[in-house]
Design a protein. Structure first.
Length: 287
């Protein structure tokens, strides 16, 4: 998990947290040193009145999984047909993601991918989750992804997301992440926000049983989970929010130089107390 620099927390109908002369939040729920380091005021967002349900499609894959490339291609097709409402996250995890001799000598697993793998009731590649419906342990085989995604897209969202990812104008090491949540319905329990980094155009070896030769040395890996600002489960940003309430959180991420920024995206994932995804959004890069 990446180092965090300040959180600015704005709640209109929820309790406010005010820090005075201290960068450390002494809170057992969010045991982190958090800071927003931008000189400019964070952008403001009007409460969203309507909006669509977005879908997180997690593809649990691995570089030594010969059946994984077709599943990844299917996830791409589903996302392409959704008009930007389906967000694919390629989670490299499991024994087939292990580092062995060349060309499978790059470790694509992360702290977050391993945590997600450990949540699964049945661990196999390829497998997936669709908005973590049924809870984080619930898995979905690739042949069910399309219908499950359609079911999710038909839902009215509990919460609506807006946001932006802004490169610091004076320090390229920092990226400022802003997420605004409007609760269209009341929600019970703790609400968490995870900010996940995924990257496209990573060229590395992949086993593919449908290819000849089966080992593709220059396979293009896309949507790969590379890390997060928040940890796998995310940070608690609200508890028992009422209908119409809003929350805005603003963070500064120290960008990992191993990630190519123009190929990367920040995915905001909002989850409820059961671990199911309430909504998600790829934060647009903003000049």
């Amino acid at each position: 998990m990446m180092r965090l620099l300040q959180q600015t927390l704005g709640l209109l109908t929820l309790p406010c947290l005010i820090l005075a002369g201290c960068d450390v939040i002494d809170d057992p729920v969010i045991p982190l040193t958090i800071a927003y380091s931008g000189e400019a005021e964070p952008p403001s967002f009007e409460p969203a009145l309507t909006g669509p349900q977005h879908v997180l499609l997690e593809d649990f894959t691995a570089h030594q999984c010969g059946n994984c490339p077709p599943a990844g291609a299917l996830a791409e097709q589903i996302a392409a047909a959704s008009g930007g409402l389906v967000h694919v996250l390629a989670v490299h995890a499991g024994s087939l993601a292990a580092v062995t001799n060349a060309p499978f000598d790059t470790d694509w697993t992360t702290e977050e991918s391993n945590a997600y793998w450990d949540q699964l009731a049945f661990q196999v590649n390829p497998i997936g989750r669709v908005n973590r419906r049924g809870g984080p342990s619930e898995i979905a085989s690739p042949n069910s992804w399309s219908s499950l995604v359609d079911d999710e897209l038909a839902l009215t969202p509990t919460a609506l997301l807006q946001g932006a990812a802004i490169q610091d104008p004076t320090n390229t090491e920092y990226v400022h992440l802003h997420t605004h949540v409007t609760f269209a319905e009341a929600a019970a329990g703790e609400i968490r926000l995870a900010l996940l980094i995924n990257e496209n155009n990573l060229i590395a070896a992949q086993l593919d049983y449908g290819s000849d030769p089966e080992v593709i040395a220059d396979f293009e890996h896309n949507h790969m989970l590379r890390g997060s600002l928040s940890g796998a489960d995310g940070l608690v940003i609200a508890t028992d929010p009422s209908s119409g309430s809003t929350v805005q959180v603003d963070y500064t991420l120290t960008w990992n130089p191993d990630w190519v920024q123009e190929n990367s995206h920040v995915l905001a994932v909002l989850t409820g107390a059961s671990g199911e995804v309430l909504n998600c959004l790829e934060l647009p890069w903003t000049p």
